[in-house]
Design a protein around this ligand. Structure first.
Ligand code: AMP
Ligand code: MN
Ligand code: MN
Ligand code: MN
Length: 287
């Protein structure tokens, strides 16, 4: 069974609309998919409908931007009820923050002599992120590629980086749980923390009510996967897997190379219907 529990659509910083993400996942042989856009559930309705049409299992998800000990970390929520009032109130705050931050980034670019970057902001400015500015920088020929955009301008410590006033780690987990979901610490090996700091983060996440580590991610090397599997086992956390797909034509593909290492306890083995193929609604997947 191919399970992909982390990807993006045009509702945040992906380039395919939600239905197209689902169609592509189905074409790639994905049996169970979660759409996890940054700080928004706007794509879920269209994705659920597309998953029904394609006959693949679907889990409504989100990837919440959070702060822990001064670092930005990402918390994936799976099986959430997008209408939950507490989740909605939290996401409202983050959406306002995204809009504010996008304008601040336009000002920074202006000061560097790069004008016109309002055009980078998507139709809904509350969905804006650094990826939108990266694409604009590439399209305008200011940098040769996406990586250079982050390296030169957008990474922390670079001139266009505006820190986000995101949710606290505990808040992000609480919103997800209030909405009936389970919380997953996204791509833990990507935070470039020492092993002991990462273990503190994972313990704090568990104490906040977190359920799983994203052991397998496209941004994890085989060695990262082994280390994250060992950390999850040591802390009694479940293991999740997701491509973090954003756009076609890159190195990352939906559903590809997502097998968990030996010895992991898969998060989805707890989802009765997910064990058999053909679960087509969030309700049946996540019963
Ligand atoms: P934001 O949440 O607006 O700060 O944007 C974070 C997003 O930017 C991530 O989800 C990635 O899609 C992208 N991103 C962040 N850092 C990099 C990087 N070094 N290279 C490429 N993409 C990145
Ligand atoms: Mn992203
Ligand atoms: Mn992320
Ligand atoms: Mn992501």
């Amino acid at each position: 069974m191919i399970v992909d529990l982390h990807c993006h659509s045009t509702a945040s910083d992906g380039t395919l609309d939600p239905a197209a993400v689902v169609a592509r996942a189905a074409a790639q042989g994905v049996d169970l998919l979660a759409l996890t856009d940054h700080d928004t559930t706007a794509g879920l309705e269209a994705a659920v409908e597309a998953a029904r049409a394609h006959g693949i299992g679907f889990i409504p998800g989100i990837e919440i931007s959070a702060l822990w000990s001064g670092a930005t970390v990402h918390i994936v929520g799976l099986g959430i009820d997008p209408l939950d009032a507490r989740l909605r109130a939290g996401l409202e705050r983050l959406a306002e923050e995204r809009a504010r931050r996008a304008l601040a980034m336009v000002e920074r670019l202006e000061k560097l002599g790069l004008s016109g970057s309002e055009a980078a902001i998507p139709g809904d400015p509350r969905a804006a992120g650094r990826s939108h500015f990266a694409r604009w920088l590439v399209d305008q020929g200011h940098v040769k590629d996406w990586r250079a955009a982050f390296r030169r301008y957008l990474n922390r410590g670079r001139p266009v980086y505006v820190p986000g006033r995101w949710a606290g780690l505990d808040e992000a987990v609480a919103w997800i749980r209030a909405a009936g979901g389970v919380a997953v610490l996204a791509h833990p090996a990507r935070y470039r923390m020492t092993a002991s700091k990462l273990e503190r983060l994972a313990r704090g996440f568990r104490e906040a009510g977190g359920a799983a580590l994203e052991v397998v991610s496209s941004s994890h090397t085989p060695d990262d996967r082994r280390r994250m599997a060992a950390l999850a086992a040591r802390l009694g956390l479940l293991a999740s897997a997701g491509s973090d797909f954003h756009t076609p034509g890159g190195f990352v593909e939906l559903g590809r190379d997502l097998a968990l290492p030996e010895g992991c306890r898969p998060l989805w083995s707890q989802w009765p219907a997910a064990r058999s193929k053909g679960a087509t609604t969030p309700e049946t997947c996540f019963a």
